[in-house]
Design a protein. Structure first.
Length: 222
């Protein structure tokens, strides 16, 4: 299945470490980040899941629910979680803060086109690549990133992209290169000058350019 940004994200029902999940029901009125892993008890995946577990409060501030997928069973996931907690120095007696989906048959990995054909596992099957899907509360795909199985993800960058998408949903702006929350934004080129005072009461700065064109207009980003 090929998904484009803005497409409805397909629903599915799966087993997970939190029990059976109907994905759309589980999202509810929240956003979600679905991120996949090649296998349990693997080094890069362990670091990634520990990183996301520590960032759960940051995702919660943005009304985003994380959910992971790995091509092993729930039973395997539960054992692996103890290693993840130990690596991330997470409280051992507390429940893991987000579900891990059982995709031991690779059904969801195939459905969502998550396979890395250049990385073959011990069973001779392609490994699941490190896919990231961000889905909004309307169940639409808002961001898709595919990393090779050998490259760990930067979840701080993923939080930054969520900040950008949620801000630009609220305001008629776009975020420039290397933007972080609170930085100045760019006014959309489609906004006429006569609307600037109404839409941007904090003011707009025009950037002087050799072309003389007034398309780089900055405003406060919050």
């Amino acid at each position: 299945m090929s998904l484009n940004l803005g497409d409805p994200f397909p629903n599915f029902t799966v087993d997970s470490t939190a029990g059976q999940i109907d994905f759309h029901q589980w999202i509810g009125d929240s956003w979600a980040i679905l991120f996949s892993h090649p296998a349990d008890y693997t080094p890069v995946c362990t670091t990634e899941l520990a990183a996301v577990a520590k960032l759960v409060p940051e995702f919660a501030k943005r009304n985003v629910k994380p959910i992971a997928l790995s091509c092993d069973t729930v039973e395997s996931h539960r054992g692996w979680i103890e290693d993840i907690k130990a690596y991330g120095q997470l409280p051992s007696g507390e429940p893991f803060p987000f579900p891990i989906i059982d995709d031991s048959k690779r059904e969801l990995a195939v459905k969502l086109n998550m396979l890395d054909k250049d990385e073959i596992g011990s069973a001779g099957l392609p490994l699941t690549c490190r896919a990231v899907f961000v889905i909004d509360a309307n169940k639409k795909l808002r961001l898709s990133i595919l990393y090779p199985a050998t490259t760990g993800r930067n979840f701080t960058e993923i939080l930054r992209t969520i900040d950008s998408m949620q801000l630009t949903d609220r305001r008629k702006v776009a975020t420039p290169a290397d933007w972080t929350q609170g930085d100045a934004c760019m006014v959309l080129p489609t906004i006429p000058d006569e609307m600037l005072g109404t839409l941007f009461p904090a003011g707009v700065t025009n950037v002087s350019l050799p072309s003389g064109l007034r398309y780089l207009r900055k405003t406060q980003g919050s």
